[in-house]
Write a protein that binds this ligand. Structure first.
Ligand SMILES: Nc1nc2c(ncn2[C@@H]2O[C@H](COP(=O)(O)OP(=O)(O)OP(=O)(O)O)[C@@H](O)[C@H]2O)c(=O)[nH]1
Ligand SMILES: [Mg+2]
Length: 219
C-alpha cells in the first residue's frame, strides 16, 4: 500500500513570490546605486503614452546625460526602436506571457549593461495598470501614467498603482473635449486614493505642461 499523504487544500504561493521579488529588487537597487545610477520605473495603461514620454525625455537630454532605457513588452522591439531613434540606448525585454516586468527580469538585464557608462536608467514597464503593482523592480522611483482617452473613470478603477506612486501623469489632455472627459474628477479621484500624490496633466502632442515632468526624470 503506498503511503497516504495529506494533500493541502490551498497552497499560498503569491506571498513567497512577492518576497523573493523584493529581495532581488533590493539587490538590483544596491547594484545600481554602486554605480551612482538614477533609476525610474514608468508604469501605466496600454497606449497611455509611456513610449512617447520617454522618447521626449531621450530627445531632449541624450546629449547631456547617458540615458539607457529598458522596455518591457509581451513581444516585439517596437518601443525600444522608437526610443532609440530619439538618441537613447535601449534594450527590449519580451516577457512572453507576463503582464509586468519583475525584479528577476531587471537582474538578468542589468548584469549585461555597461553600468559605469549609465547615469539615468528608465524602465518602460509592460502596459498594464494592475500587474506591476505586485512587482517592485529595485529602482529609485515609480511614475504612473494614465490618459484621458481611457475615460475619466480610469483613475478610480485602478487604485493600486495610484496608492504606491508619488506621481501620476495624466496624458493626452488635448483630447479632453473629444473624449468628454472630466479632468478635475480624475485629479480628485487620484487625491482621494492617495492624498500625497503629485498629479501632472500633460499633452505630449501639444507640449502643454511637459516642462513640469522634466524634473521628475532628473534631467
Ligand atoms: N492625442 C494624443 N495622442 C498621444 C499623446 N501621447 C501619445 N499619443 C499617442 O498615443 C498612442 C500610444 O502612445 P505610446 O507612447 O505608444 O503609448 P504606450 O503607453 O507606450 O503604449 P504601450 O507601450 O503599447 O502600452 C500613439 O499613437 C501616440 O502617438 C498625446 O498627448 N495626445
Ligand atoms: Mg510603449
Amino acid at each position: 500500500m503506498p503511503e497516504e499523504r495529506e494533500i493541502p487544500r490551498i497552497i499560498e504561493m503569491n506571498e513567497d513570490l512577492t518576497r523573493d521579488n523584493e529581495e532581488l529588487a533590493e539587490r538590483n537597487h544596491k547594484k545600481l546605486k554602486k554605480h551612482n545610477i538614477k533609476s525610474i520605473d514608468v508604469v501605466g495603461s496600454i497606449g497611455s503614452g509611456k513610449t512617447s514620454i520617454i522618447s521626449m525625455i531621450a530627445e531632449k537630454f541624450h546629449t547631456d546625460k547617458k540615458i539607457y532605457v529598458i522596455c518591457g513588452d509581451i513581444t516585439t522591439r517596437i518601443d525600444a526602436d522608437r526610443i532609440e531613434a530619439h538618441g537613447a540606448k535601449t534594450i527590449q525585454i519580451n516577457t512572453g506571457r507576463e503582464c509586468a516586468l519583475n525584479a528577476y527580469h531587471i537582474d538578468k538585464v542589468i548584469n549585461s549593461l555597461p553600468l559605469p557608462d549609465i547615469e539615468l536608467l528608465i524602465i518602460e514597464n509592460v502596459g498594464n495598470l494592475i500587474c506591476p503593482s505586485d512587482f517592485i523592480l529595485g529602482v529609485d522611483k515609480r511614475i504612473v501614467i494614465m490618459s484621458v482617452s481611457e475615460g475619466d473613470h480610469v483613475v478610480i478603477k485602478h487604485p493600486l498603482l495610484v496608492k504606491m506612486s508619488e506621481t501620476l501623469i495624466i496624458n493626452k489632455i488635448d483630447l479632453v473635449d473629444a473624449m468628454d472627459a472630466d479632468l478635475d474628477r480624475m485629479i480628485k479621484d487620484a487625491k482621494s486614493i492617495n492624498p500625497n500624490i503629485n498629479v501632472i496633466p500633460i499633452s505630449v502632442k501639444t507640449g502643454e505642461n511637459v516642462e513640469k515632468i522634466l524634473e521628475l526624470f532628473d534631467v
